[in-house]
Design a protein around this ligand. Structure first.
Ligand SMILES: [Zn+2]
Length: 403
């Protein structure tokens, strides 16, 4: 039996084993900064693949420079990235991606999993260790069919998605080359399994205002107050909201000053912007330049700006729209009517699209409560979603649809 029913049969026979693996993975803390936990999680992925794929490699990643609360550049270390390749010589090549990190740090109170009927609660069960299981199950089940020999694929599992994929970005962009399309296993939007359509772009910017310290009692007039300067910068930034459709600027964090009898010489602000198109980003950068120039021209003040690599917008057009249509049609053929909705949230699907690769990025499990201690997933969505991806790939292998 080499038809799709063989894949379905494999999935049904392995439902419990897949759930057990998910629970074991969710019990490994792999917060983005927990390097020991990330290594442990990466090593836990290896055994499920190594006996049947062509290559599985763990890569170490470059650190990423960030400005810390004292205004110093600090190297942020990243965990290992997993790359798995299979049948690199096949004509049809797919990229599947996911992240092994979660938002829950090693000392977070939310560490345990528990199952109640169809609900599994735990850190990362939906975002996205559940998705990693769906990805694995779909590919493994496909091995039972005659589609296996027609498809080549690469999996990229990164350790830093939740903090911006700064260290893994290059691997994602390189892997996007020469692939037909991408599948990303972030959780579905809701319990019904609906998908995310268009995504906004997102950029993070750190601004550092420097002034001149002075004793408040003795030399107040000699000081240049960095907090006061930054307060004006913040006002200028916040006022950009509402100036362009869909453009959002959130001043998310501010630090500065030491003691109240000292004129502060440093204030740091961290800002996140969300936008629908690259023109908005260019417009914003012009505004930022003029704000910066204004402060640089003032004696005793300086304004330093660090822009982190952006996740650019992912509109639902061209290949993205076509692939989305196919996923929805495939799901309907399997008996699950799903749809899609735009969001302001970003994923590595944004980076893949930036690299020119059409993708759907919410093919993981159904659930909710993401990034909180209420995170849960629906147990029966493992097989349901794995069947969806397996069927999508099976049909693609058999030329039932094209991109
Ligand atoms: Zn995620």
């Amino acid at each position: 039996m080499k038809e799709f029913s063989a894949a379905k049969k494999w999935l049904d026979a392995h439902e419990q084993a897949l759930l057990d693996t998910l629970i074991a993975w969710a019990n490994i803390n792999s917060g983005s900064s927990n390097l020991v936990g990330l290594k442990k999680q990466a090593e836990a992925v290896v055994p499920v693949y190594e006996s049947w794929v062509d290559d599985i490699t763990l890569h170490s990643l470059p650190s990423y420079m960030q400005i810390n609360e004292q205004g110093h550049k600090q190297a942020m270390e990243a965990g290992p990235l997993i790359s798995i390749t299979h049948q690199a010589q096949a004509k049809k090549q797919i990229l599947l991606s996911g992240h092994i990190d979660t938002v829950f740090a090693a000392d977070d109170a939310f560490q345990e999993t528990n199952t109640q009927g169809n609900i599994l609660r735990g850190p990362g069960v939906a975002d996205m260790k559940g998705g990693l299981i769906v990805m694995y199950a779909a590919l493994r089940a496909l091995q039972e069919t005659d589609a296996a020999e027609k498809l080549g694929w690469q999996i990229i599992l990164n350790p830093d998605e939740e903090i911006g994929s700064f260290s893994s970005r290059k691997h994602l962009i390189d892997a996007a080359k020469n692939k037909d399309f991408g599948l990303v296993f972030e959780p579905a939007l809701d319990e019904q399994g609906n998908l995310v359509g268009a995504r906004k772009g997102s950029s993070k910017i750190t601004l550092m205002a420097r002034g001149k310290a002075a004793h408040a009692g003795r030399d107040f007039a000699q000081g240049a107050n960095a907090i006061v300067a930054m307060a004006q910068v913040v006002q200028a930034l916040h006022s950009l909201n509402g100036k362009r459709d869909g453009f959002i600027l959130n001043v998310g964090k501010i630090t500065g000053g030491t003691a109240i009898n000292i004129v502060p010489d440093l204030a740091i602000v961290r800002v996140n912007i969300r936008y629908d198109n690259i023109d908005d980003l260019r417009w914003f950068k012009n505004k930022l330049d003029s704000i910066s120039l204004h402060w640089k021209q003032k004696e005793d003040y300086d304004l330093e700006i660090q822009e982190q690599p952006s996740r650019e917008p992912k509109p639902l057009i061209a290949g993205n729209a076509k692939l989305m249509g196919q996923v929805i049609a495939t799901s309907a053929a399997l008996g699950h009517n799903i749809n899609y909705k735009a969001t302001g949230g970003v994923s590595d699907g944004n980076i893949l699209w930036q690299a020119g690769l059409a993708n759907v990025d919410t093919l993981g499990v159904c659930g909710g409560g993401l990034h909180s201690d209420q995170e849960y997933m629906l147990v029966d969505s493992i097989v349901m979603r794995a069947e969806l991806t397996a069927k999508l790939l099976y049909d693609y292998a058999h030329d039932e649809w094209k991109i």
